[in-house]
Design a protein around this ligand. Structure first.
Ligand code: FAD
Ligand code: 8R5
Length: 492
């Protein structure tokens, strides 16, 4: 037993300086999927002394796989940072992330305006590269003691024999593995979920959105063809600028029923995403040929045209992404298996909360397991009881935020309500907190953000009815409504 920690022996982990005691008698936990949520959860569990084994379909991205492809970024908010902090990763990742202070709205006539998300630079979101984040999490999981097996795709489960069938897609070989307690973080197309559904009715429902998405790229300023550059951009390039647009913003081109967005990448490029209905015009069914793509962009997103040199090629070669919401009535089977992250509750992307919510799952579950390490049945049931209302709430808010981003953001009445919202937030700190702030900058349960958001938007609608300017609002009435309808929030 030399070299192995014994009960009561403190372990010091270099990465976060947290002291852990390695307990005995903890059952091994088998995880499926080492994506964002799986890798974070493996880290948190291993830190808490659980033996953790992870099976991941893909090869190890640290061995030359993730690099080279397109830069794909994600918006990281407070819930996500909290998980990364607990994993001891936030200090190392912060320098890789680009601050996004607000929405940079690109109007049809070409003018832009920045609508700040929060009050100051402490209330912002961050754009981070998915590959870098995933690799940092894999490193953290392994340093905490988790064992990750790459090139192992879960195919089927023999529940009676507690055995997984795993396939190595590169060689075609299959492997059997005995596992008693399974946790699935294998994403929206979860194989564990499919295997669970053969044993019990999960009450699964997928609500497809009738809109899809396509990713395009704005290269770094030095990589843009000179011919396309405006005089301003040429000057900026000569002065050494890397970014072709404002880097510290999430760019939005709201166009009513559809939109483009762009998130900055640390090296200077932007990932642009076009969200469009699948049918109708414009829609993915009608915008197909290179000429149709160009016509759409020249009409609706004219300021992006010089910045997306490979427009037609990106459009043709990148797949059209499907969107929708996954609802399950049950996330677990007794003490045998539990789903977390997208495998349990994939949502539409419009609040930028899919990963953030999944990280919150990982933290909540790791903390429950730490409190009650030998009773998976109770922990799994409790996890589902606590998290399901929050998952349902963020699913609903994400759908609502699509309308806000693509449409309302350019609407005068909406902007009046937003301005009043800020004023009430300043007058009633801790009581009137904009829903976006609760979702993005706090760790209040999503269900609380949703419920209070409904009350708040009722107040805003009543006060703004028939009004066009802030000066017309009856603030005494506003104060009375807030006091009557919104209890003080617990201080964080
Ligand atoms: P995944 O990240 O999908 O990981 C699942 C893992 O399981 C993968 O590694 C996969 O290879 C593995 N796997 C799958 N099947 C098997 C199998 N049978 N056996 C073994 N392993 C398997 N969220 C945000 O919060 N902010 C954003 O800005 C944001 N932007 C996004 C942009 C895009 C283009 C997309 C597609 C999503 C975005 N999301 C964002 C959502 C976010 O990516 C997901 O919510 C998050 O990745 C979910 O993590 P997960 O670990 O549950 O699933
Ligand atoms: N996901 C995001 C927001 C909210 C921004 C706001 C929205 C692309 C497939 Cl669509 C979207 C947000 O309200 O002003 N924060 O972060 C990320 C988003 O989309 C991501 C990049 C995406 C899935 C394609």
């Amino acid at each position: 037993m030399i070299g192995l920690p014994i009960l009561g022996d403190p372990i010091y982990r270099a990465s976060d300086q947290i002291r852990h005691t390695y307990p005995m008698n903890r059952d091994k936990i088998t995880l499926v999927g080492a994506g964002l949520v799986g890798a974070l959860f493996a880290t948190l569990l291993a830190q808490r002394g659980f033996p953790v084994e992870v099976f991941e379909r893909r090869p190890d991205p640290r061995k030359g796989g993730f690099l080279g492809g397109r830069s794909i970024n994600l918006a990281l908010a407070e819930r996500g940072w909290h998980g990364l902090r607990l994993a001891g990763l936030s200090a190392a990742l912060k320098p890789l992330a680009v601050m996004m202070r607000g929405r940079m709205v690109h109007h049809l006539d070409g003018h832009t305006e920045l609508l700040r998300y929060g009050r100051d630079d402490s209330e912002v979101i961050w754009s981070i590269n998915r590959g870098s984040l995933n690799m940092a999490l894999l490193d953290a999981a392994e340093s905490a003691g988790a064992r990750i097996h790459f090139g192992r795709r879960l195919q089927t489960i023999d529940w009676d024999k507690s055995t997984l069938q795993l396939v190595d897609d590169e060689t075609g070989t299959t492997h059997a593995h005995a596992a008693a307690t399974l946790i699935g973080a294998d994403g929206a197309g979860s194989a564990l979920r499919a295997a669970m559904a053969q044993k019990i009715d999960l009450g699964e429902r997928f609500d497809p959105l009738d809109h899809g998405y396509k990713e395009l790229e704005i290269p770094r300023l030095p990589d843009l063809p000179s011919a396309a550059l405006t005089p301003t951009l040429s000057r900026r390039r000569e002065s050494g600028d890397l970014f072709a647009m404002e880097p510290n913003a999430l760019h939005i081109w709201p166009r009513g029923n559809y939109m483009c967005i762009a998130l900055p990448n640390a090296e200077g490029s932007f990932t642009v995403t076009l969200f469009l209905p699948n049918a109708g015009n414009p829609g993915f069914a009608s915008v197909r040929s290179p000429a149709e793509v160009r016509t759409l962009f020249e009409r609706d997103f004219a300021d992006t045209v010089p910045l997306v040199p490979d427009l037609e090629r990106d459009f043709a070669s990148n797949p059209t992404g499907l969107l929708g919401t996954l609802y399950l009535d049950r996330w677990h089977i007794q003490n045998r298996a539990l789903l977390i992250g997208d495998a349990a509750h994939a949502i539409v992307p419009f609040h930028g909360q899919g990963m953030n919510c999944g990280f919150e799952d990982a933290v909540e579950l790791a903390e429950l397991m730490e409190c009650d390490p030998n009773d998976s049945a109770t922990v799994f049931a409790e996890f589902e009881r606590r998290r399901k209302p929050d998952a349902d709430a963020i699913a609903a808010m994400a759908l609502e935020n699509y309308v806000e981003m693509r449409d309302s953001v350019a609407d005068a009445h909406f902007l009046l309500m937003r301005a009043l919202e800020r004023q009430l937030a300043a007058r009633h700190a801790g009581r009137f907190v904009p829903r976006y702030w609760m979702v993005t900058f706090s760790r209040l349960p999503y269900a609380t953000a949703f419920a209070r958001g409904e009350i708040q938007s009722g107040i805003l609608r009543e006060l703004c009815m028939d009004k066009t300017e802030l000066a017309q609002i009856d603030l005494a009435r506003a104060d009375a409504l807030v006091a009557a309808r919104l209890p003080l929030l617990p201080s964080a």
